[in-house]
Design a protein around this ligand. Structure first.
Ligand SMILES: C[S@@+](CC[C@H](N)C(=O)[O-])C[C@H]1O[C@@H](n2cnc3c(N)ncnc32)[C@H](O)[C@@H]1O
Length: 189
């Protein structure tokens, strides 16, 4: 049970995160595009999306991942707390009926359970007050056997701390690649 004081701390945390990314949205690709694309390229070399048709991208930001994996035969649900980050995706993908944009908090997804075959959360979880809880929510919306690929900033965690976030799914691989600023976890629900 979360008491009112704690709930208000969590709400403030989320609102401040949203404001931070709203303010950053315009310059985000210029500031972080190269760094994020390196992480995404690594992830896409490791994971084959061939048979995965319903994909969730939480903390999708400006759509750097979507740009690389877009396919008219798949469904993409792009979730972010920041409206201004999402607007950048909307500009590019507004005419694609298989790209759904959802402004929401990763801990309270307005989505039905057991839908997704793959979920990405690239450089998201260090923004959340309780990443284990976020993983529970990702697990809820995932089909059994679905893949989860999540990364988090190394400067925010020791590797054992990062690993412990994934205790409740089957962690298949944990990457600590020298030239990437994130640890990357690959697990199965
Ligand atoms: C570091 S950016 C990463 C964006 C994108 N995944 C990429 O690789 O470029 C983190 C993203 O998480 C979003 N975010 C932060 N807190 C969130 C929350 N509670 N729920 C959903 N998205 C959140 C931010 O708005 C931002 O777009």
């Amino acid at each position: 049970m979360i008491d009112d004081a704690k709930l208000s701390d969590i709400s403030e945390w989320k609102i401040s995160s949203m404001e931070h990314y709203n303010a950053l949205a315009k310059g985000y690709d210029e500031l972080y595009g190269e760094e994020q694309r390196r992480k995404i390229d690594f992830v896409l070399k490791e994971f084959d999306l061939k048979d995965k048709n319903i994909i969730l991208d939480i903390g999708c930001g400006t759509g750097l991942l979507l740009e690389k994996i877009y396919d008219k035969n798949k469904v993409f649900v792009e979730v972010d707390i920041s409206e201004k980050m999402l607007k950048k995706i909307w500009k590019e993908f507004k005419d694609e009926p298989n790209v759904l944009l959802v402004q929401a908090d990763a801990d309270n997804l307005p989505l039905r359970s057991k839908i997704f075959e793959t979920t990405f959360a690239i450089t998201l979880i260090q923004n959340l007050p309780n990443p284990k809880m976020t993983l529970q929510e990702i697990k809820r919306v995932s089909k059994k056997g679905a893949h989860i690929i999540a990364s988090g900033l190394k400067r925010k965690y020791r590797i054992d701390e990062f690993k412990s976030i994934f205790e409740e799914i089957t962690l298949k691989k944990l990457y600590d690649i020298e030239n990437l600023n994130d640890y990357i976890a690959y697990g199965i629900v």
